[in-house]
Design a protein around this ligand. Structure first.
Ligand SMILES: O=c1ccn([C@@H]2O[C@H](COP(=O)(O)OP(=O)(O)O[C@H]3OC[C@@H](O)[C@H](O)[C@H]3O)[C@@H](O)[C@H]2O)c(=O)[nH]1
Length: 420
């Protein structure tokens, strides 16, 4: 009896325990399952957020990689120059057509270059590929105001150079070439720098001797429309030699004849840029001579000029040197050549001659050949094709709702002009 009662009690206890154990096991299972479920939901959520972040961040990373790449590939190759050979060079007008090519050459040769420009005809675009380089500095400054920096050489190019540009504001042109040159000579004297003046074939005026050698004194109308530039450059030369004689400043004077090349302003107004733009746009080529078709010039390419300037600066020739193309063509022949190279159907239109337009111009470059070993080497057609390519790109670049300036023939603007 007793044993039966005991067996019943034990089995009742066991059943309860079994139930309890089962209950506990069930609870544990539910808890474990919900734990797993929670974790996977959380992980899924995290994964989703992570992938969303990744989606946003990846393009940014790519942009940073591109930027880093462009930073490292940004500059044209620059030679290394030892401290002894590296010069601190100032180029006034260094953002202009010629100045920017000179900047490129001197930077690539490994010098430290400071460009000063008031951006009247110069453009930041011409030198933007150097901005940020440790050897390069760009200063927005007008040479009519004094400048205090430390340099070893000064290439003084600042001045509008095309007839429409220098006639636009004759007083400013005079100030730039006189006060501006005085300021740069004063700087050269103070820091002991050598100064090269970018003078011009226009110091010969409408020449009475042909070709023009450096000892020709010129034939300039001192009160004509071109006088602001012609006389401005003549007095700039006079100032150079006064500073040389009186103060011992080392000077170099380049008399630059007609030049052309990429980076000429679309609105420059000189014959090459005018004819190329007119030919590309199917407009008449404006040849400025109706009666005398003997009007002559032959421009030379910008890289030849830059090489000549550097050779002169580093020579021991302190007297003026002509840099130009000794060949000679009429403006009409030149118009036809450009028309053919562009493959343009433009007509040729004859305009009346501008006042005091020099009739004939041809440099005698014996001195440059003898003393600098320099002469132009870029064949005319090769240079013209490069300029045509440049202007074609410029037209494309400006095609989208942009103002495309029409080239202007050399004429004096009517009305009051701004001067400061
Ligand atoms: O559309 C045009 C522009 C110009 N011309 C003529 O082409 C000749 C050359 O004219 P440019 O305007 O190119 O240059 P210029 O020779 O008058 O002056 C130039 O000379 C030497 C540089 O040092 C000077 O910076 C620049 O003034 C001139 O006879 C001019 O009348 C045209 O027939 N058509």
């Amino acid at each position: 009896m007793v044993s039966k009662a005991l067996v019943r009690l034990v089995s009742a206890v066991n059943r309860r325990r079994m139930k309890l154990l089962l209950g506990i096991a069930l609870l544990a299972y539910v808890a474990f399952y919900s734990f797993l479920l929670n974790r996977s939901i959380q992980e899924n959520g995290e994964l989703k957020i992570e992938s969303k972040i990744e989606e946003i961040v990846e393009p940014l990373r790519e942009k940073i990689r591109d930027l880093e790449k462009s930073f490292t590939q940004k500059y044209p190759p620059v030679k290394f120059l030892s401290e002894k050979d590296r010069k601190r060079i100032l180029i006034t007008g260094g953002a202009g057509f010629v100045g920017s090519h000179l900047t490129d050459k001197l930077m690539m040769d490994g010098h430290e270059v400071t460009v000063v420009d008031n951006f009247f005809t110069g453009r930041k675009r011409n030198v933007e590929h150097w901005i940020g380089h440790e050897n390069f500095e760009l200063i927005n400054h007008d040479v009519v105001e004094p400048l205090y920096i430390e340099v070893d050489q000064i290439y003084h190019l600042a001045s509008p150079a095309s007839p429409p540009n220098y006639m636009y504001n004759p007083i400013k042109t005079l100030k730039t070439n006189t006060i501006g040159t005085l300021n740069m000579l004063g700087l050269a004297k103070r820091v002991g720098a050598r100064l090269l003046l970018a003078s011009t074939s226009e110091v010969y005026g409408d020449p009475e001797v042909h070709p023009q050698s450096e000892d020709y004194w010129g034939h300039v109308n001192p009160i004509g429309p071109r006088a602001c530039y012609d006389e401005g450059k003549r007095v700039a030369e006079t100032m150079c030699y006064a500073y040389m004689k009186q103060e011992g400043v080392e000077v170099r004077v380049a008399r630059i004849f007609n030049t052309f090349g990429p980076r000429m302003h679309m609105n420059d107004g000189r014959v090459v840029s005018n004819f190329i733009l007119q030919a590309l746009q199917g407009e008449p080529l404006t040849v400025a001579c109706s009666s005398r078709l003997s009007l002559t010039r032959l421009p030379f390419f910008s890289s030849d000029l830059v090489n000549g300037l550097v050779a002169l600066m580093n020579s021991n020739v302190s007297s003026p040197v002509n840099l130009g193309n000794p060949e000679e063509h009429t403006i009409l022949e030149f118009a036809q050549l450009i028309k053919n190279l562009v493959g343009s159907g433009s007509e040729i239109q004859f305009l009346s001659e501008a006042q005091d337009d020099p009739q004939k111009r041809k440099p005698d470059i014996k001195k440059a050949k003898l003393m600098l070993g320099w002469e132009p080497v870029v064949p005319l057609e090769e240079g013209l094709n490069k300029a045509i390519h440049y202007f074609r790109k410029e037209l494309e670049y400006q095609a989208n709702n942009q103002y495309i300036p029409k080239p202007k023939p050399a004429r004096i603007k009517k009305g009051r002009t701004r001067h400061n």
